[in-house]
Ligand binder design. Structure first.
Ligand SMILES: [Mn+2]
Length: 338
């Protein structure tokens, strides 16, 4: 038996944790594994240092997620966390508890922290890694577990649109639907996350979007957030949206936080690796979707990001100069012989 499997099987009261500023994959993986553990007679504590976003409140069990452990746990499991900092304030709790820590993730920048890990960087979502674990352990896959896991997969593939949406991701999606996960309803719920204030904020931010050297970028100031009545801006949808500009190879969204720090979201076209850029700036993520947190103000953060992007931009310019047609896009559409 794999060390990871042995740890999960032996646990009676595990502490399951997902990352700060949680997304659908973090919460979906947390709840999915949580349900399977309950259904095998375990008593997990489901924890996240930040509140569950409103558009994920529909997930079964979302209201059971707490911000602090009970203290009676016998194993800690981090889900969808590339490094220990992503545990936020729960990092301290885990350290103080001395619990064995298990790391279940799919980020290419995962630091392999913890005492055992199940890190599958080829997986499109942590939910997919959890699904494979449940199959391997022969644990139950109830309709509510499947719903939580499919939400994770849908979130991280932007509804099966990202380049890592491979055959394995689709097979997992199919199996989760067969187990009772309602795909259309999940999409509907996820898309209903925007408030009127957020839509106004998007409007303001989008009207100030800029393009330079193939990099499209926008900035979400605290002032704009206040004026639109938005308290915490989940901007993952916004950065993906500006990344859809035909002229852009890389998209950058800078969001000012109340504590003076700046949240940086990075997206890139296929073949361009922004995970390395995020890692160099103290963050992490995936090749085409990554992020980091930098000291403010916005000007300083923007400067730091552009400085870090320079070598990548130079190599893009070179590539364009040497490629007839000048396209950076990887040709993947099969063509019949002419
Ligand atoms: Mn993920």
């Amino acid at each position: 038996m794999e060390p990871v499997d042995a740890l999960l099987c032996a646990a009676r009261r595990p502490l399951l944790i997902t990352h700060i500023a949680p997304d659908g994959d973090g919460i979906g993986s947390l709840l999915g594994l949580g349900w399977a553990m309950k259904e095998t007679g375990r008593h997990p504590t489901l924890a996240c240092a930040d509140p569950v976003p409103r558009n994920l409140a529909f997930l079964p069990g979302a209201d059971s997620i707490v911000a602090q452990p009970s203290g009676a746990e016998d194993l800690a499991v981090a889900l969808d966390c590339a490094d220990l900092q992503r545990l936020g304030s729960l990092y301290g709790s885990v350290q103080a508890s001395g619990l064995t820590l298990l790391n279940i993730d799919h980020h290419v920048t995962n630091s392999r922290f913890g005492d055992a890990h199940e890190v599958v960087s080829s997986a499109a979502s942590t939910a997919q890694v959890v699904y494979a674990l449940l199959r391997r352990l022969e644990w139950p896959l109830s309709p509510w577990t499947a719903t939580c896991l499919l939400t994770g997969l849908v979130t991280d593939t932007r509804s099966f649109r990202t380049p890592n949406t491979d055959i394995s991701a689709m097979r997992t999606a199919l199996a989760l639907m067969e187990a009772g996960a309602p795909l259309a309803e999940i999409n509907e719920q996820l898309e209903r996350g925007l408030s009127l204030g957020m839509i106004s904020l998007w409007g303001r931010v989008l009207s100030n979007t800029r393009l330079r050297d193939g990099v499209i970028w926008a900035e979400v100031s605290l002032q704009a957030q206040r004026e639109c009545g938005v308290s915490s801006a989940d901007s993952s949808g916004l950065v993906s949206f500006i990344a859809s500009a035909r002229e852009a190879h890389i998209a950058v969204l800078l969001t000012e936080r109340v504590d003076g720090h700046v949240e940086v979201g990075l997206r890139s076209a296929p073949g361009i690796d922004v995970a390395a850029v995020a890692l160099a700036l103290g963050g992490g993520g995936h090749r085409q979707a990554a992020g980091c947190t930098l000291p403010g103000p916005l000007d300083a953060a923007r400067e730091a990001v552009f400085t870090q992007l320079q070598p990548l931009l130079r190599s893009l310019t070179r590539r364009r100069a040497t490629q007839p047609g000048g396209s950076d896009a990887v040709q993947t559409v099969p063509m019949p012989p002419r």
